[in-house]
Design a protein around this ligand. Structure first.
Ligand SMILES: [Zn+2]
Length: 305
């Protein structure tokens, strides 16, 4: 009991602008998602939420060309509009994107300095964003920008684990020719965006785990843990990033996986056992039932106590 009292959860970085981006009525990627998460964190782990600085463009330019950033900024400032059927930009979207990346960078820096863990409670999500193309609710590749920051801090070998129910096609596209980053994605198959076959191996640095919906939750945990073990066999990561999408939970309106909050705790525990000593930054991706995803995030934080 005393042990639980003195152990603190990792800091949760966010930015107020992340709550302002609103793709419109009925859109699943709503501000209510992050509101629910931050409310539950405040109730359960008061004092852990920290406000990050917006990301400077030069750090985002490690991943996206300046022309794309200028386009997004100008499109957002001029009122925005739909980029594709799913992805909507509004005047609040660009500040939200910069705030989201800023919180991801802050989480990486904290994890690096403390040799511990940090969480980034952010939106818009990032794992579908390509180098010069927004898609799937995502504008910027938050996880890959975070990975580049880890490398700039001397954490050369970065493992990115993506447990969102959708394939992290953007992350894969941005790292699949770079052996310094290894990417493991478990996702429902077939499902949006249609990539993520097991045969897609990059330069040997990509492990995709496509699975059907409706399996027992422990099967998903087992399959992802097995893929992580393969990915880090003989290769010790200097930093672990998690693209934490909670649309892999049972009942999510966009996915058919069956995870419960405890399974995210199991995955975090397995990752820490597999890569002991590697700092860990957890970045929010998808998840579309606000009440449920807040419980998933709490379980993740609880496993990082
Ligand atoms: Zn997703």
């Amino acid at each position: 009991m005393i042990d639980r009292v003195i152990r603190m959860p990792p800091p949760v970085f966010t930015h107020p602008a992340c709550l302002d981006h609103d793709p419109g009525p009925g859109h699943p990627e709503s501000p209510a998602r992050l509101e629910a998460i931050l409310r539950r964190i405040n109730e359960t782990f008061p004092g852990t939420i920290r406000e990050a600085e917006p990301a400077p463009l030069e750090l985002i330019e490690r991943v996206h060309p300046r022309s794309y950033l200028d386009y997004l900024a100008a499109f957002s400032a001029s009122g925005g509009g739909p980029i594709d059927g799913d992805t909507v930009v509004t005047p609040s979207s660009w500040p939200a994107a910069l705030g989201a990346v800023g919180a991801a960078l802050a989480a990486v820096r904290h994890a690096h300095q403390a040799n511990g863990a940090a969480f980034a409670a952010i939106r818009p999500p990032g794992h579908h964003a390509l180098r010069e193309t927004a898609m799937g609710f995502c504008l910027l590749g938050n996880a890959v920008i975070a990975a580049r920051e880890a490398q700039a801090l001397g954490r050369e070998k970065v493992l990115i684990v993506d447990w969102d129910v959708h394939h992290g096609n953007g992350t894969q596209a941005l790292v699949e020719r770079d052996a310094t980053i290894r990417f493991v994605s478990m996702h429902q198959w077939p499902l949006y965006p249609g990539t993520g076959r097991a045969e897609e191996r990059g330069v040997g640095n990509v492990w995709n785990v496509p699975l059907p919906p409706g399996l027992p939750a422990t099967r998903y945990v087992h399959e992802l843990v097995t893929a992580i073990a393969k990915a880090i066999y003989g290769w010790v990561p200097d930093m672990v990033l998690i693209s934490a999408g909670y649309d892999s939970m049972l009942g999510d309106p966009l996915g058919g996986f069956t995870l419960e909050p405890v399974h995210y705790a199991d995955l975090v525990g397995a990752l820490r056992a597999a890569a002991p000593g590697a700092p860990m930054a957890v970045l929010l991706e998808g998840g579309y039932d606000p009440r449920r995803i807040a419980e998933g995030v709490l379980a993740t934080l609880g496993a990082l106590l």
